[in-house]
Each structure stands twice: as structure tokens, then as C-alpha cells.
Design a binder for this molecule. Structure first.
Ligand SMILES: O=C1O[C@H](COP(=O)(O)O)[C@@H](O)[C@H](O)[C@H]1O
Length: 260
């Protein structure tokens, strides 16, 4: 495994500038080689930190293809939606073509809501349709130029929760063992809302570049385990790129307990 590049910054403003530098560099390199930039974005604290400086950069936005590393199964205009959050913080500020921002399929929502009034099995069936639709969207973008075994993103931007979760992969959850599917449904997320979809670990680990972004003192302990304990089984510690590069962008509050 490639050693992670851990970058720490005195404040979130400086972190955002450096994160934007990396995204610009990778976007330019990918467009030069493949004429497009494929990126997966997370929710939580990430979109605001990402957009802060990036929105003012000179980027070929029309070459971007954007997916969500995880998404909550709520309508796209719901405040819990990662799309809604990214739109508010980022997409509304930059000219990425709307049809190159791949959301979960809103027309599949009514049947999920109806299933929720029935039973768990019906919910799982309806959620599976959303998963299959999202996998089709991934295939439409990746199948022609990459190996179809797993999509290979130019960049995945990930967050990490104080419990060590990343995307919607939570500690000790059976989804951590998924090694075939690209997208998976979780109906019992310990962090609300409970129903979500998420990229699986192999999709994450096949990316060319993965950058974690974590800030604030609430993440000190978990970061120490994830970055320094090579035996850790926390979801974020299982992010180990097959051949790609792994970056950590931390503010000094989050990085305090690390031996760097
Ligand atoms: O629920 C989620 O949480 C993680 C971590 O969020 P953060 O606010 O602690 O950065 C996020 O990466 C994920 O996309 C989201 O669905």
C-alpha cells in the first residue's frame, strides 16, 4: 500500500486553499489524459470546505462528471440529502453541467415511501432499484474507458465521522465485506437518516486518488487510530488504494494527537 500523504493546516481556510490546489491539479491532469474528470463527493462537512476556494478557480467544469460517494434515501430537496447540501454549498457556485451531476433517481422515491408503509422486505426491494439505477449511471460513465470490474475514479473526496465511518460504511457492519457490488444499500445506518446508499470499499479502493478531509477536535482520537494503527478495522482505515494515492487534509485541531 502507498503511504498516505498527511497534510495539516493551522485553520480551515488554509486547508481549503490546499485542497483546491490538489483538485485543480488532478482535474487538469485527468482532462489532459482522458478528456474528463471523474469525481466522487461526500456530504457532511466536506462540500463547504471544498467549495470555499475551489469555486473561484479556473477549471474546465464542463469536463467534470460528478457522483456521490454516499447518499441518504430522502428526496433531493430534503435537508438531509447530500445532493441538496452539495448543491447549496458547491454546485450553485460553479458551472458543472447538470446532466453530469449523477443523483439518485427521484422518480423511484414514491415506491420507496409506499414500501416504507408496508414492511422491511418491500423497502429493501425498492431500495435495490435505487442501487441498480445508480450502478447503471456509473456504468454509463465508466464502462467504455475503464475496466468494468470496478469504476476507477480520478478522485474521491471522503469525510470521516468520529466513529470512523466513511461514506455510509459504518464500524462492524456487514457491508464492509461487500467485494462485488459497486453500490450498496444500508437500512440501519446508526447515524440518521437510517436508509442510505454507499459506494463499496472496492470501488473506493480502485480510485486513482482518494482524499480524506477531517476537521475539529471531535475527530482527534479516531484519526489517531485510523492513521497510526495499522491493525485498525474502522471503515476509514480500510480505505487502502490498490494502486492509487491517499491524501489526508486535516486542520490542526483534528491532527493534535498524531505523531507526524
Ligand atoms: O453521514 C455522513 O457523514 C460522513 C462524515 O461527515 P462529517 O460531517 O463528519 O464530515 C460523510 O462523509 C458522509 O458523506 C455523510 O453521509
Amino acid at each position: 500500500m502507498n503511504a498516505p500523504n498527511v497534510h495539516t493546516f493551522p485553520n480551515t481556510q488554509k486547508l481549503s486553499v490546499s485542497l483546491a490546489d490538489l483538485v485543480v491539479k488532478l482535474s487538469e491532469e485527468s482532462i489532459e489524459i482522458r478528456d474528463r474528470f471523474t469525481i466522487g463527493i461526500s456530504g457532511g462537512s466536506l462540500p463547504k470546505l471544498l467549495a470555499a476556494d475551489l469555486k473561484n478557480r479556473d477549471i474546465e467544469w464542463e469536463k467534470w462528471e460528478v457522483f456521490f460517494c454516499d447518499e441518504r434515501l430522502v428526496p433531493l430537496d430534503h435537508e438531509d440529502s447530500n445532493y441538496f447540501l452539495c448543491k447549496k454549498e458547491f454546485f450553485d457556485q460553479v458551472p458543472i453541467p447538470q446532466d453530469q451531476i449523477y443523483t439518485i433517481e427521484p422518480s423511484l422515491f414514491p415506491q420507496l415511501e409506499e414500501a416504507a408503509r408496508k414492511d422491511k422486505e418491500a423497502v429493501e426491494e425498492a431500495a435495490l432499484e435505487i442501487v441498480e439505477d445508480y450502478e447503471k449511471k456509473l456504468i454509463s460513465v465508466f464502462a467504455t474507458v475503464n475496466s468494468v470490474k470496478f469504476p476507477v475514479f480520478d478522485l474521491l473526496l471522503l469525510g470521516v465521522g468520529p466513529d470512523g465511518h466513511t461514506c455510509s460504511l459504518f464500524p462492524d457492519h456487514p457491508l464492509l465485506d461487500e467485494n462485488v457490488g459497486w453500490v450498496a444499500y444500508i437500512g440501519d445506518s446508526p447515524k440518521p437518516p437510517p436508509r442510505r446508499i454507499t459506494f463499496t470499499l472496492p470501488v473506493i479502493n480502485h480510485a486513482h486518488n482518494i482524499a480524506f478531509v477531517a476537521t475539529g477536535e471531535g475527530k482527534q482520537d479516531v484519526l489517531k487510530e485510523i492513521i497510526e494503527d495499522t491493525e485498525s478495522k474502522l471503515p476509514a482505515a480500510l480505505v487502502q488504494p490498490v494502486t492509487g494515492k491517499l491524501y489526508w487534509f486535516l486542520d490542526s485541531a483534528a491532527a493534535t494527537k498524531l505523531i507526524l
